[in-house]
Design a protein around this ligand. Sequence first.
Ligand code: PA5
Length: 427
Amino acid sequence: MIEVGIDGLCRFDGFERGVASLSEAALSAAAAAPSAGAGWARLPGEYKTGAVKSAARKIMSESEALVVVGAGGSYVGARAAVEYIRSPEYNLLASGSPRIFFAGGDMSAEHVERIVSLLSGRDFSVSVVSKSGSTIEPLVAFRIFFSLLEAKYGSEGAARRLYVTTGMNTTLDAFASERGCARFYIPDDVGGRFCVLTAAGLLPAAVAGCDVDAIMSGAREEMAAGERTAALYAAVRQALYASGKKIEILGCFEPSMRYLGEWWKQLFGESEGKDGKGIFPATAMFTADLHSLGQYIQQGERILMETFITADRPRSSLRVPGRRLFDDGLDAVSALELHAINLEASAAVRDAHIEGGVPVIELGVPELSAESFGALVYFFESACVMSSALSGVDPYGQPGVESYKQKLRARLSGAASLRRGVSSRCR
Ligand code: PA5
């Protein structure tokens, strides 16, 4: 389902020499990659969606809002699914399905407070996702939102409205079991950023009205298609990296893909950025960012490569009005579909950037749908594992993230002085 286009890249150093053999190497490197975290690859074939769908039906029948509490991989894939399959304006447009608020991905008091105020007067449920059950940001948010649930529905009512997705035998799991809450598990061999196709991503998606079976069937279709296209993508990025392209910008031409980009950034950043190596993943929303980052991309330091994702068929057939308002130079696009212009824009940006020395890889999906979302998730996960293997790093685990966590825990262990500090600042 995912198409990879690399036309126009042969002018870049080392490209022709490297890609064909790297592509083969990617396939064998993936086969030899550590299996400890490789459970994501069997999810499309094995994960059963029945319990997720029935939990979603219950939430939809009794709640006007769902608060999804989680950080990193425990939240960003879910948000990517909702925005890609439904829309970035889902909460404004939602009718007949609950609004979805994401918390626990940051420590912003005003963000949490805003969600709290948006819940006022609304029936709500909470889905907390943490594989380790020990990440500070979601645990802080969880205290806040579980306390709200208890205040509104009492202890038993709160437990009935709480959905816990975690690893086996975490303290969060023990809490959920003690309270008799609905529980879902992230298998041991599926890492946070690889868990979109478990309840972590699928439950919020189902509550937002996405067809989770279609997500899984899109992933299965991509799995069945074999890994050649993902291997090609992995090989091209590594060939370009070897020639000095240290930063990859994922350029999306649909705002619905913004959080897919955020998930991609996390997937590749945490998997590849190790041992002093790794392509730095960044995202851009086009055409908007052509009017900000565009200048740097065209003429700044030549350390960039780009990957564009576009959808062939639009979900909207909106056209530019045919009526001329003034001499606006738009006669050529009068009455054209906006999507057709967007595709032309992506081709024009590709040509300009390649001319400016920035290689552009093109990824195409037939349309924005639950199926293509599942396919993209599987495609990127495969490519990420192959690309990491090619550069000789273990894609699983994120030991570097621990440093900040330890430092934060150490600072918070002096909480008594912190409380004094806060209150003196408040006086
Ligand atoms: O990919 C990962 O494993 C991480 O990004 C985690 O998803 C993130 O740190 C949150 O961890 P947890 O789910 O244990 O709360």
